[in-house]
Design a protein around this ligand. Structure first.
Ligand code: HEM
Length: 397
């Protein structure tokens, strides 16, 4: 790519110091103002424009995902994200048939029952904490159904997942604390038992189907475990975080609630615009495999390069009034990533969001944030979200 702007108009910045907690409009504008490629104080780089983001995500031979995710301290490589083509291409070929819109539609029926089971416990009351009571358990229930695992495993699965995700050190520099190692070991033992059951023909669900479909080119136990681990981390936590951000936004916007209640068919558009404007995965990590010049910066081989999805999703070169929340907007945002690693769970995630918002508004049409509550996301973090969103609403009998 040819240099287009003068590198570093403002000198290196640190992502940690961005004012992300309350609202992401200012920090994403600060990132974009710093240029399409920004040098960080820790020696890494971050790309902020849509064009540069696409370039990084679509050139895995220059910007490796395998090297970026190898440092996460998981007991097995998280597949397929911790792999680059050509190995990655094989994993996607195996997984893709199991993640079609049709598969998501097949899970709709069980998801409908699960969401309503959770809302049943809330609807007769006048307040709830929607993260603990809905956004956290629901995607885990979907995961258990998808993997053919018993619903009663929910609490221990969530406990292990929370310990591991909560301690994720994206720099890979610090050893995880003993209790996290213990959770990782227990989750490892749990998934190992599931892999063994699927191989023995006594386990069902997605993994059993994947193993059956790959008899001619079998996955090793390490590969099967790596898939399970990634699905637990990527498939549960991203949905919980995104739902926490969505509920906080909706609770502060009675007009948007009324619009959804009046016309639920608008929900998929509302979901897409929320995903665009406030992605939970705000930066995707990569590592440069070679010296590369991008927008006037020489990025040395081995540098970490983050793709700032939130900034790229609001690129003024791509969108009119990019900071405005506009339900009528049609834009192919980057919140599910791009290039070969684009989220494999995209149809499932969309089904989950649509289901939650449709059933919630059908049963609890009007609600607000609990008085005095300020939705502040934790920062710095690999995935941003709200640990709690207390809501109040008129009790309905
Ligand atoms: C809010 C919902 C979700 C969001 C925003 C999201 C976002 C993403 C993003 C940005 C990536 C690319 C990461 C990168 O390139 O570094 C990704 C990959 C992935 N996602 Fe999701 N995801 C969501 C839900 C799900 C669900 C429900 C599942 C599975 C059930 C899932 C499974 C995966 C997997 C397996 C990958 C790795 C794909 C690969 O490496 O080829 N995700 N996701």
């Amino acid at each position: 790519m040819r240099p287009q702007t003068q590198a570093d108009p403002q000198g290196p910045i640190s992502l940690e110091s961005l004012p992300m907690a309350q609202d992401r409009t200012l920090p994403y504008a600060m990132l974009r103002d710093a240029g399409p490629v920004v040098r960080l104080k820790n020696g890494g780089f971050v790309v902020t424009s849509r064009e540069a983001a696409d370039y990084v995500l679509r050139n895995p031979e220059i910007f490796s995902s395998e090297r970026a995710f190898a440092t996460l301290g998981s007991p097995v490589p998280l597949l397929p994200i911790a792999s680059d083509p050509p190995g990655h291409t094989r994993y996607r070929r195996i997984l893709q048939p199991f993640f079609t819109p049709r598969t998501a539609a097949l899970l709709e029926r069980s998801s409908h029952g699960q969401v309503n089971g959770l809302i049943d416990r809330i609807a007769g009351r006048d307040s709830c904490e929607v993260v603990a009571e809905l956004a956290r358990p629901f995607p885990a229930q979907v995961f258990l159904t998808l993997f053919g695992l018993p619903p009663e495993d929910l609490d221990r699965l969530l406990g292990w997942k929370d310990a591991i995700v909560g301690s994720a050190d994206l720099s890979g520099s610090a050893a995880p604390p003993p209790e996290v190692m213990e959770s990782a070991a227990q989750l490892f033992a749990y998934t190992t038992a599931h892999v063994a059951a699927c191989r023995a023909g006594t386990g069902g669900g997605l993994l059993a189907d994947v193993l059956a479909a790959t008899r001619d080119d079998p996955l090793t136990d390490t590969e099967a475990l790596g898939l399970c681990f990634l699905f637990i981390i990527a498939g549960i936590d991203s949905v919980t975080s995104a739902l926490s951000l969505m509920f906080a936004k909706l609770a502060a916007d009675p007009a948007l609630q009324a619009r959804i209640v009046a016309d639920p068919s608008v929900i998929p558009q509302v979901v897409e615009e929320m995903l665009r404007i406030d992605p939970a995965n705000c930066t995707l990590p990569r590592v440069a495999t070679t010296d590369v010049e991008l927008h006037g910066h020489l990025i040395p081989a081995g540098s970490s390069v983050g793709v700032a999805l939130g900034a790229a999703n609001r690129d003024p070169a791509e969108l009119d009034d990019p900071d405005a929340f506009d339900v009528g907007r049609k834009y192919n945002h980057l919140t599910f990533g791009g290039g070969p690693h684009r989220c494999v769970g995209i149809h499932l995630a969309r089904m989950e969001f649509t289901m939650v918002l449709r059933e919630w508004h059908r049963r609890i049409p009007s609600y607000g944030l609990a008085p005095g509550f300020q939705p502040l996301v934790g920062w710095p973090a690999g995935v941003i979200g709200l640990s709690e969103v207390p809501l109040v609403f008129p009790a309905r009998r």
